[in-house]
Ligand binder design. Structure first.
Ligand SMILES: [Zn+2]
Length: 373
């Protein structure tokens, strides 16, 4: 008897949670845009010590200033790899970003060079170095793994000082390269246009910290501590604030550009939609393909489910200056209506059904009238 009682309780609980999850499906999505802020170095690793300044402190100050502003954005969640002066391994930094399911990874550093006149900002994405200078910077930043206890094991025999190691580097970041370059561009433009810093450009090199992140990722070299003037600027609170504001603006511009604006339904579409609701369309329309239009935007976004609130089977089509994103593809009108409900439940409240005949968009009304039996 006792068992039945437990079964009953379990059943009621299941029923209840099921109802709840169905309700939850209809609530607007709450996933925030997650930005991981990574202050280079820390703890026993001071980073470069150009002119006696400490890279680890400057990087942290800039990161905290970016974070302070980013946290004010309601739709952004900020995750830090470190907020204090502690040592964090390069792999751990990537792990933190991956665990947070981040949308963006931004690592902040300061440069150093033997030539004290070297100055300016540059932003890196992961890739094969195009020249020896880029390789040198990656080698320097990567050499911090020597401070890790098991670096040979952790990094699979990767030797930061051996150029050969870089050739065999797996470039999982390739998938996010376009987006990483986009962000780098925004950041560099802020530095150059607003702060009038010298632009050394967007570059590629084999940075270990970017190697294992599964999201668009960049490494910003904010300037050279080895340069007297630039070092002083970067070590000053005012300089750090300016660099932080520039990176912040870059992040916000990037976010804005990849945000798809939900397409509004045209009046004509709305009318045809209303007619359609009452129509008794129950099956297949030969020669017609129905799709659910989710969104449109000027940037090409990968049609992966994580970019589309978890929806699988999204397709992209360039129409004029816009990329349009569709969910589902079928000649069955009932099926596409179900797809539309699914998209709405996922958060695309303004999505609507569109129809194609011979790859040309036609009104849904026209499509439904075309049925021949
Ligand atoms: Zn560094």
């Amino acid at each position: 008897m006792k068992t039945y009682k437990y079964l009953f309780i379990a059943f009621t609980f299941l029923l209840f949670t099921n109802t709840f999850s169905v309700l939850a499906n209809h609530l607007p999505p709450t996933k925030k845009f997650v930005v991981v802020l990574d202050a280079g170095h820390g703890g026993k690793d001071p980073g470069n010590r150009g002119n006696g300044y400490k890279e680890k402190d400057i990087a942290l100050n800039i990161i905290l200033k970016i974070g302070k502003e980013l946290e004010k954005q309601n739709d952004i969640e900020v995750v830090y790899t470190r907020k204090t002066d502690v040592f964090v391994t390069l792999d751990k930094r990537a792990e933190i970003a991956n665990d947070a399911n981040a949308d963006l990874f931004v690592s902040v550093h300061c440069n150093a060079a033997e030539a004290t006149q070297a100055h300016g900002t540059e932003t890196f994405v992961l890739g094969l170095h195009r020249n020896a200078d880029n390789l040198k910077i990656a080698m320097k930043e990567n050499s911090v793994i020597y401070l890790e206890d098991d670096y040979e094991v952790t990094y699979g025999g990767f030797d930061p000082n051996s150029p050969a190691s870089y050739i065999g580097m797996t470039l999982m970041q390739e998938e996010y390269l376009d987006q990483s370059i986009l962000l780098s561009d925004y950041v560099q433009k802020e530095f150059t246009n607003k702060l009038k810093r010298t632009d050394r450009g967007v570059k590629q090199a084999g940075f270990l910290v970017l190697r294992k992140t599964y999201m668009p990722s960049v490494l910003v070299e904010t300037g050279f501590l080895t340069n007297k003037t630039e070092g002083k600027y970067l070590n000053s609170s005012a300089g750090q604030q300016k660099m932080a504001s520039a990176i912040l603006e870059g992040i916000l511009s990037y976010k804005k550009s990849i945000n798809l604006h939900s397409t509004e339904m045209s009046e004509e579409d709305q009318i045809s939609q209303a007619t359609v609701e009452t129509a008794t369309s129950t099956d297949v329309y030969n020669g017609i393909t129905f799709k659910v239009q989710l969104a449109a935007g000027s940037t090409a976004i990968e049609t992966k489910s994580y970019n589309f609130k978890g929806l699988n089977g999204v397709s992209r089509n360039k129409e004029g200056n816009l990329y349009k994103y569709y969910f589902g593809s079928t000649s069955d009108y009932l099926e596409i209506q179900a797809k539309q409900r699914e998209a709405k439940a996922a958060g695309y409240k303004n999505c609507y059904i569109v129809a194609f005949k011979n790859n040309n968009k036609i009104s849904v009304n026209e499509a439904l009238k075309s049925k021949t039996k």
